[in-house]
Design a protein around this ligand. Structure first.
Ligand SMILES: [Cu+2]
Length: 166
């Protein structure tokens, strides 16, 4: 939190260095089936500048990884993706059947209709790391498009403030 306040201040001072360049929309975590140790998190990620998603973590999961799901012959296979490229200005979809964030070794039942904290770690082209803290709603299905009042929105507004002259 302290870091974010600092960021806002710097933005006002016209420093773009710490500005958040990644926007996350329509994030959700699938509520796990009873007895299941893992589940998936899905979202749309858009980076203003070319960035890479290099890590994910959550306090509710012992292990969190970016996964890719792919058909290999007749078999749907899932593999860990250590680094996910986020090309500038292009939305990368994490959705069932494709890329997703896998939460494994769940430490507790996920709160029904609650939220799960999720931290995304990014690295930009210059090797600068940044983090995005999300509170992702737990849901049975994807939120309907449009009402993606996803986390990060309020933050974006605060940060754009410095860039806008009125
Ligand atoms: Cu997976």
């Amino acid at each position: 939190m302290k870091l974010k306040l600092l960021t806002a201040t710097l933005t006002l001072a016209c420093s773009a260095l710490y500005a958040q360049t990644v926007e996350v929309k329509d994030a959700w975590v699938r509520s796990p089936v009873k007895g299941q140790q893992g589940t998936g998190a899905f979202m749309n990620i858009t980076a203003k500048e070319a960035t890479r998603l290099v890590g994910v973590s959550s306090p509710v999961a012992g292990v969190a990884q970016v996964h890719e799901m792919k058909m290999e012959g007749d078999v749907m296979k899932m593999r860990a993706v250590p680094v996910l490229d986020l090309p500038a200005g292009r939305t990368v979809q994490l959705k069932p059947g494709g890329y997703h964030i896998m939460l494994m070794d769940l430490k507790q039942p996920l709160p029904k209709d609650g939220k799960v904290a999720l931290t995304l770690r990014f690295m930009d082209a210059k090797g600068l790391e940044s983090r995005l803290e999300l509170a992702v709603p737990v849901s049975q299905a994807a939120p309907t498009a449009g009402n993606g009042a996803g986390p990060g929105h309020a933050e974006d507004k605060a940060k754009q403030h410095g860039a806008q002259k009125n």
